[in-house]
Design a protein around this ligand. Structure first.
Ligand code: NDP
Length: 250
């Protein structure tokens, strides 16, 4: 088994809904103890219960990535309950409704950048400190986006935040290599989740789907093997890379 993760502690942020729930399930199925983190604790508890019922080892931890105190307490709780993090899936993120460049206000900009970029940095730093202290190396997967690589209109803050996550990934990889910590970015294309379900129901959303070379939205299952590849020793010779899973969008 290329992907086995027995004995590893994997933290997935943004695991209350959407892609993060799938990522937690996939890592748990390979034997990792998964920590599901986000702000909506009831949702996390329900997701943990479902995982435990399928025989997985899982815990929930409240986390607001925009709060330094919340991030510190989450890492302390994880260490106390299941030990230091070996794998981080840095997935928590937000997108505002489509907004033109000039209509984007301070609050819109700050919300997106504070969550997607500064929040991702803060959590990655917390995980790195824990990995460094434990001395067993580690794996960090930053969930960026196709919009970190290409662009689209009406989402300037989102595009900028995700492009920055791609660059942050490369910087981290260069520095953390000497600690045995590998850092890669996973860039999903368009997957149907809470963040965008209204959009895909609309006419312009439908038009967008018709322009994807694969002629369909991504399904969660399309991310299973890419995630496991980056999370496991199967990718031990990959560091600082960006893996796009996007149906072939150019
Ligand atoms: P969802 O809205 O379903 O999930 C977002 C997750 O992030 C939720 O669990 C939410 O939990 C969490 N979150 C948001 N803000 C915070 C915060 N301040 N602190 C902690 N957790 C937070 O969207 P997706 O599953 O689609 O998005 C997951 C990631 O994938 C994002 O980074 C997104 O940009 C990226 N992505 C998604 C694509 C798609 O097509 N869906 C395409 C490309 C990238 P809670 O509200 O409980 O805190």
């Amino acid at each position: 088994d290329y992907f086995q993760l027995q004995g590893k502690v994997a933290l997935v942020t943004g695991a209350s809904s959407g892609l993060g729930v799938h990522f937690a399930k996939v890592l748990a199925a390979e034997g990792a103890t998964v920590v599901l983190a986000a702000r909506r604790k009831e949702k996390l508890d329900a997701n943990v219960k479902a995982l435990e019922e399928s025989g997985a080892k899982a815990m929930a931890v409240s986390l607001d990535v925009t709060s330094p105190d919340s991030v510190d307490s989450a890492f302390a709780a994880i260490k106390a309950q299941v030990g230091p993090v070996d794998i981080l899936v840095n997935n928590a993120g937000v997108a505002s409704d489509p907004l033109s460049f000039v209509d984007t206000q301070e609050d819109d900009w700050n919300w997106v950048v504070d969550t997607n970029l500064t929040g991702a940095w803060r959590v990655a730093r917390g995980a790195t400190l824990q990995m460094k202290e434990a001395g067993n190396g580690g794996v960090i997967i930053n969930i960026a986006s196709i919009y970190g690589l290409r662009t689209g209109v009406m989402k300037v803050a989102y595009n900028a935040s995700k492009a920055a996550v791609v660059q942050m990934t490369k910087s981290m990889a260069m520095e953390l290599n000497r600690l045995g910590i590998r850092v890669n970015a996973l860039c999903p294309g368009w997957f149907r989740t809470e963040i965008n379900s209204d959009y895909f129901a609309s006419e312009s959303g439908q038009r967008y789907v018709s322009r994807i070379p694969a002629k369909r939205l991504g399904e969660y299952e399309d991310l299973t093997v890419p995630l496991l590849l980056l999370a496991s020793d199967a990718s031990s010779y990959m560091n600082g890379t960006t893996l796009a899973v996007d149906g072939g969008i150019m």
